[in-house]
Design a protein around this ligand. Structure first.
Ligand code: GAR
Length: 202
């Protein structure tokens, strides 16, 4: 089975959804590593409790040198024989360096129906905009933040009494279902078409 690395910065609820999916026989990959850019990510303890190897590459130790931080991350991913990188609440901007190394093999989950509301505070902005449908997207990571081919989306209604918190929760519930499903399809399609955009060991 191909090995996935999950990159996190915080709570890690999407990470947990992926770990739990990978614990099921139907899932075509294993979680080989959870990597955080901060030692304070709550998700690290959850990963450890599930016996997943964890690694912290603390960006504050790299001063302002984003590329050297990413070079360190890349080396760790290679060392762990990772074939697919899944960002799950990884809140650090990536430079072209890491994105290029993992082109076609790095996915992200974003809490909006892209291309609307890229960036931060998506739920607040959705409420302010008065949209009636909101949701989440899984996409391939490219040099442009929250851009790149959309691989899957899930929609939820925005209800009249919604607060940022209630809307975020409704979306999050869908994130936890969407991300494992999209990864499964992505990997199965890749093995069916080994010359496709996702090359196992390629
Ligand atoms: C999730 O809602 C994820 O979609 C979002 O952060 C949250 C992380 O929660 N990601 C972004 O906003 C990326 N720009 P989690 O740590 O519990 O998975």
């Amino acid at each position: 089975k191909p090995r996935i690395a999950i990159l996190i910065s915080g709570r890690g609820s999407n990470m947990l959804a992926l770990i739990q999916a990978a614990e099921q026989a139907f899932f075509p990959a294993e979680i080989g590593l959870v990597l955080s850019n901060t030692p304070h990510a709550e998700g690290l303890a959850i990963a450890k409790a599930h016996h997943i190897p964890t690694h912290v590459e603390d960006h504050t130790l790299y001063k302002k040198n984003r590329q050297s931080h990413e070079e360190a991350i890349h080396a760790v991913l290679k060392q762990a024989n990772i074939e697919l990188v899944c960002l799950a609440g990884y809140m650090r901007m990536l430079s072209d360096y890491l994105v290029t190394q993992w082109e076609g093999k790095m996915l992200n989950i974003h809490p909006s129906l892209l291309p609307t509301f890229p960036g931060l505070n998506t739920h607040k902005r959705a409420l302010e905009a008065g949209v009636k449908i909101h949701g989440c997207s899984v996409h391939l990571v490219t040099e442009i933040m929250d851009d790149g081919p959309i691989l899957g989306q899930a929609a939820v209604p925005v209800l009249p009494d919604d607060t940022e918190k209630s809307l975020a929760l409704r979306v999050l519930e869908q994130e936890h279902k969407l991300y494992p499903r999209v990864i499964k399809h992505f990997i199965e399609r890749a093995s069916a078409h080994p010359k496709g955009e996702f090359l196992l060991n390629g």
